[in-house]
Design a protein around this ligand. Structure first.
Ligand SMILES: Nc1ncnc2c1ncn2[C@@H]1O[C@H](COP(=O)(O)OP(=O)(O)O)[C@@H](O)[C@H]1O
Ligand SMILES: [Mg+2]
Length: 454
């Protein structure tokens, strides 16, 4: 049987039957899988220039299949190969030695996802044709994250907008960068803007530029983000905060590929792929008339949802270990790991701020912790009302309560209009959003009201 490898970036030829959970992992890591019946000699027809590797899953094989496997090895001598030995002591694998000693990596069964992932990554790094791996930054082995990485790979090469949804801190921006880097536009610029952080009066000019004299203070012509990103990608973060006139102008870019600088009616052609992110449900903004229906449909062709951290199981511990290791390498610190109680507390914490919150708490703990293992209290992960929560002292609690009260009061006074509340408190809208998050006050986009769940 011929395994015909087309233009796949990387192809793994699996001798035996690949388990379902490994299939998902391979797809997420960018491998296309070809299963090869072990008893038939492999015949390869290689097209494209991705990497091809062989994997011999010996766990499910009989020694009688060894000659066919050795033949397959001989005809593909130039390819990197791995084998997975059955469980048991080395003495029980003697019959496989003629094959295993010809392999670049020998893994011990039962096969662990991380072990396979690392082995394949090291094969790629061993001077073999390699793709840069922008997705390697999007860590996680949970089913939810595997699906996310697979989706990013599928969406990246398609010349359509992607709407990235998910709570704050779930990695929307990281995913947007991966989408750009894996796209044919990777060599062109990607420019990002947070639509919620720019005053409404300035956003048109930021995005589309302005002509000289367009408004007081416009002393020269200035190109906007879209023209600067021509040929590349624009990432519109918090796209739900775009004011109505900017929504209309964005729709024109998406429909006609043209924009008009502020103060001009001459259309300028631009070729930009738009990625947009939102932490509010745009459907509700559409229902209440705050977001254009037609723009929503244009943006929402491909939709990527970033799962909340609390739904990622063991990824929490994996991300925590990674964040601590990064901190250690950069700054050095006493802490080397987490106590079992801390790991348990992390697994139960609701993580309203998701990965960003996790990283912040670990950095804080790494600075203050004076022992080798980080404890729940170092990360301030104690349950509310427990003695540890109180250890911050009555003053800290009183301050927090006062801040929350002041914020709620102000929001209520301004019918939960974020811009108005921000003006009244002399803060930016971004800060108001941040405070709402900190105090568990969640914006309800349907009504514009806020829901306090703390
Ligand atoms: N899966 C992940 N693996 C590693 N780091 C992550 C992951 N997801 C998010 N992060 C990190 O968490 C922080 C918040 O991510 P970001 O993309 O800004 O989130 P969002 O845009 O959804 O608010 C960043 O420091 C980012 O690098
Ligand atoms: Mg963000």
């Amino acid at each position: 049987m011929a395994a015909i490898v087309q233009d796949a970036p990387h192809c793994l030829i699996w001798f035996g039957q690949c388990p379902e959970h490994i299939r998902q992992l391979l797809a997420a890591d960018g491998w296309s899988l070809r299963e090869q019946p072990p008893e038939l000699p492999v015949s390869l027809s290689l097209r494209g220039h991705g990497m091809v590797a062989l994997l011999f899953d010996l766990c499910s094989m009989a020694t009688s299949q060894l000659p066919a496997l050795l033949h397959s090895l001989a005809v593909s001598a130039q390819l990197p190969r791995l084998c997975v030995l059955p469980e048991g002591p080395p003495s029980s694998h003697r019959q496989w030695v003629p094959l295993s000693r010809q392999c670049d990596r020998v893994l011990q069964g039962p096969l662990q996802e991380q072990q396979l992932s690392d082995a394949l990554l090291s094969l790629r790094g061993a001077g073999l044709p390699a793709n840069p791996a922008p997705l390697d930054k999007l860590l996680g082995q949970s089913p939810a994250m595997l699906l996310t990485r697979t989706t990013v790979r599928k969406f990246a090469p398609v010349e359509l907008p992607v709407l990235i949804t998910g709570q704050t801190g779930t990695g929307k921006e990281l995913a947007a960068h991966a989408l750009h880097q894996l796209s044919p536009r990777a060599q062109q610029p990607m420019l990002a803007i947070n639509c919620g952080a720019i005053p409404a009066a300035l956003i048109q000019s930021e995005l589309f530029g302005h002509e000289r004299g367009a408004f007081t203070g416009a002393l020269t012509r200035r190109l906007g983000l879209f023209e600067h990103a021509d040929g590349g990608t624009v990432f519109l973060d918090e796209v739900g905060d775009l004011p109505a006139d900017a929504q209309t102008a964005l729709l024109r870019v998406l429909q006609q590929g043209t924009l008009e600088r502020v103060g001009s009616h001459t259309p300028v052609k631009v070729n930009v792929r738009v990625l947009a992110a939102t932490h509010v449900e745009l459907e509700q903004a559409v229902a209440t008339g705050r977001f254009r229906n037609d723009l929503y449909y244009r943006l929402n062709v491909l939709r990527l949802h970033m799962p909340p951290l609390a739904a990622r199981g063991n990824d929490i511990a994996l991300l925590a270990g990674h964040a601590l290791e990064q901190f250690r390498q950069r700054h050095g610190c006493r802490a080397r790991g987490f106590s079992p109680a801390c790991l348990a507390a992390m697994a139960h914490w609701p993580w309203p701020g998701n990965v960003r919150e996790l990283i912040n708490r670990i950095q804080r703990a790494a600075v203050t912790c004076e022992h080798e293992l980080i404890q729940p209290q170092d990360m301030e992960l104690a349950a509310p009302g427990s003695p540890d929560a109180a250890s911050e002292g009555p003053l800290g609690n009183a301050r927090r309560q006062a801040e929350r009260q002041a914020l709620l009061h102000c929001l209520q006074e301004h019918q939960f209009n974020i811009s108005a509340a921000a003006r009244a408190m002399g803060l930016s809208r971004v800060t108001i959003y941040r405070l709402c998050r900190r105090h568990g006050i969640e914006r309800q986009p349907a009504t514009g009201a806020l829901d306090q769940n703390a």
